[in-house]
Design a binder for this molecule. Structure first.
Ligand SMILES: Cc1cc2nc3c(=O)[nH]c(=O)nc-3n(C[C@H](O)[C@H](O)[C@H](O)COP(=O)(O)OP(=O)(O)OC[C@H]3O[C@@H](n4cnc5c(N)ncnc54)[C@H](O)[C@@H]3O)c2cc1C
Length: 308
């Protein structure tokens, strides 16, 4: 096993992680950025049109962030954290091939989107399959879109999409929409171009040369073909809590996210967290909020290291 030592270890190569690394490098904190996968969710999100100052493909935006970080003295270590424990001097992080001693950690490991687990779902992400209607709705102007889910996010997504798309289908397996807030249901009823399909489940995603071309839905026991240009899967996301749980971090009771204060401090001294993993940005989980929180976490880690 390789052995390394650093002052700060940042976990996750998403917007929060790159932003934290950029700031910590500029504070001249010795930094290792660890994570097996480049770019996080933004890199697979298709066009990003709401990051101020830049309209770009998410992959390109993240490549720019990475290149900007790599201009500084940051060690990129392309393995995920597998284990973490507290030591007398800080923390010991284990990856597949290394043990890294660090004085502080910023966790930016994001969330795992819940999936329908259909065979071509993953390969169609960015080609019609999306897990974020807030992000991608404007791309569906005058098109047909399907939203799957029965909670607030799905209903909000369907309402938003109805402002852009010519037709929206909301597909939910339950027999009534009882979870969303009443005000959302009132707004939903006013969407003239929206059709609600209850007791319905997507069985298959149809695909053509350009991506999604509709779905096969089982509605009350019968199969139904619905044409659509996009499929929005809004059935929730789960924060990646394996590493936070190993450290005994406080978890927000309501959201199941890592609880942080406005300085991105967790309840364990020396452990900071940022981005979609945390309860910092409420329901607005976006690249811009993750990047902002990464920057704050880096300042807090710098202050913490200076105080030691
Ligand atoms: C399809 C889609 C489209 C989107 N479109 C937009 C948009 O248009 N505009 C917008 O602002 N936002 C958009 N978003 C949301 C945005 O991508 C997220 O809010 C943002 O990526 C959150 O950044 P993050 O760094 O917190 O987490 P993530 O981007 O999820 O990054 C987390 C990283 O941590 C890594 N990781 C996981 N476990 C470990 C571990 N144990 N050790 C090390 N690393 C680990 C992951 O591999 C990943 O690279 C979209 C999201 C999706 C899914």
């Amino acid at each position: 096993m390789d052995k390394k030592k650093t002052e700060l270890l940042i976990a996750g190569q998403g917007a929060a992680g790159y932003s934290a690394a950029l700031y910590s490098a500029r504070y001249q904190v010795q930094t290792v950025l660890a994570g097996a996968e480049f770019g996080g969710e933004t890199a697979i999100g298709g066009m990003i049109e709401n990051y101020p100052g830049i309209e770009a493909d998410g992959f390109d935006l993240m490549m720019n962030m990475k290149n900007q970080v790599m201009n500084y003295d940051v060690e990129l270590f392309e393995e995920n954290l597998e284990e973490i424990s507290k030591t007398s001097t800080g923390f010991l992080v284990k990856t597949n091939s290394a043990e890294i001693e660090t004085k502080a950690v910023i966790l930016c490991v994001g969330r795992e989107r819940r999936k329908l687990n259909l065979s071509n779902e993953e390969s169609l992400v960015g080609k019609g399959v999306s897990y974020c209607s807030t992000c991608d709705a404007p791309l569906y102007k005058d098109k047909i879109a399907i939203v799957v889910g029965g909670g607030n996010a799905a209903v909000e997504g369907a309402i938003l999409l109805s402002k852009y798309a010519s037709n929206v289908h909301l597909i939910y397996r339950g027999s009534s929409l009882f979870r969303p807030e009443k005000i959302l249901l009132t707004q939903l009823e006013k969407c003239k171009n929206l059709e609600l399909h209850l007791e319905s489940e997507v069985r298959e995603i149809k695909e053509g040369n350009n991506g999604v071309e509709g779905v096969v839905v089982n509605k009350k026991g019968e199969d139904l073909d619905i044409y659509s240009d996009g499929l929005f899967i809004e059935i929730g996301a789960d924060p990646r809590l394996e590493i936070p749980n190993q450290l005994g971090l406080d978890i927000d009771n309501e959201t199941n996210e890592v609880a942080v204060n406005k300085l991105m401090e967790t309840n364990v001294k020396g452990i900071f967290a940022a981005g979609d993993l945390t309860n910092a940005s409420g329901p607005l989980k976006q690249t811009v909020t993750a990047a902002g929180q990464g920057a704050i976490a880096a300042l807090s880690a710098y202050t913490f290291l200076g105080s030691k």
